[in-house]
Design a protein. Sequence first.
Length: 501
Amino acid sequence: MSTFRIKLRIAWITALIAVVFWLVWMNVVPGGKITYSQNFKGHNDFIGNLTPAERMSDNKIIGDPVYFSLRVPRRFVDVKLTLKYKIDPGLPIIEVGVLKDMATWQYELKPIYNAHLDDLLKHWSVLWEGDMILLQREKKFSTINEFLKNPPASGKIALYNYDLNTNFILPDYQASSSTITMCRPITGTYQFYTYIKNEKLSYDFTFQDLNRNADPDPVDIYVYYNDKQISAEPKHLDDDGVTSDTGLQTPPRHLKLNLVNLPEGVYKIGVRANNDIVTRMIVTPQSKMAFINKINLAAASEVSCGRNLFTDSRQIQAQTVYSDNLQTIKVLPLTKGEIEGVLAVGTEPLPTSPSQGEELVLTEAFAQFSTTSDLPKMSYLILQNDGVMLSGDGLFSFSQEQFINPKIRKIDVNFNADKEGIDYVLANYVPPVKQGDWLVTTADFDLQNVYKKWNKHSFLISVPGLKTETGNGAGVTVGEIKVELSGTSIWEKIYKTINDK
């Protein structure tokens, strides 16, 4: 055999070994750390394309949100996600998230870009402690710790990517001597705030399984105080036992909360269920019940309860999946006097001129429609039909008396510090780094307790307020997505196995 053929064979064998080694390394990751990147110039086996296609124009995001999958060859502990991007003017916020809970479609979101904060960083007094920022219109605090020990009035504070635990107290609150029945059916998952003082926390939920899909339909109820779950296990209701998509509605079932010896204050109650579950009724002695950010009214027009709502959302989105429930929702601004008048006459609003308020017209099923103006501090929503999901940046109640908002203002796309009288902003935020014409931001996620299917994690990129249907070409151009995965190395696993014996 000639020397040339021997060298050629050696080269082929070396190349084959290198390919095999590379494939093993990429799929086993013995060192516990690996990096993947996607620049959208070709196929990537680990980072999927941004979808749905109608919200993308090449590598430019033109609709909110978009999703991508991350295929992991093994279990990892955490991921550092770096996004390289360009953003068009008028889009104030970008966030990325990983899917934590498939049943409730819950994503853990982290900040990427916030134009509101970037602008305040140029004009307000700034205190830094690591990734934590305190912005002050006029400097009155010398340290963030000083601010946290003696915070100003909550109405003067706005937060971003940070939870500030304050003891919200209603000074004139008295326990109710009667019960309240919420009999407007609600679909799927929801959360609401309530309040107690010298009384037990008592709720009687009536659930019904529509059995429109073949998946099991359990229900879990969680109770939180100061953002901490107050019991180790949630209240649980098993599936009704009908495991096929028959559409057979089994009789309603009850699940009760009855908690005693709790301190005065605000409690958050979260109901976790899929859209096969309808909450037919909620009975409680608590007088406060405000739904957080969204409420999905079931298509159950046979119920006589009023469907109109109060909200403090500055922007409202509405959507229906039922072509028979297309409608026009009237959004009426309410002053303090008008609110009192509405209470006096029940569900009928006070006379208003045609120039007041706006109409949210749902002309198409499955499409989301939004109010176009910045709404006042309180609005009254008049609905023509049920079967509509309402969402916003505030809370929703079926009466003004039930309304409660213990939340400190969160910075969102509608934020305006001057208009809202905000003097302090507390945030966990790292401004993007400029690389030529591009911006680069990194976000860290814990992967140990997030959803994974077929070795894939689901991520989203959210650009609130960006709508494909506007057709103005605005969006976010993505140059690269890079993920740096970290986990236990093979050597660490071997060491742990030996020492555990």
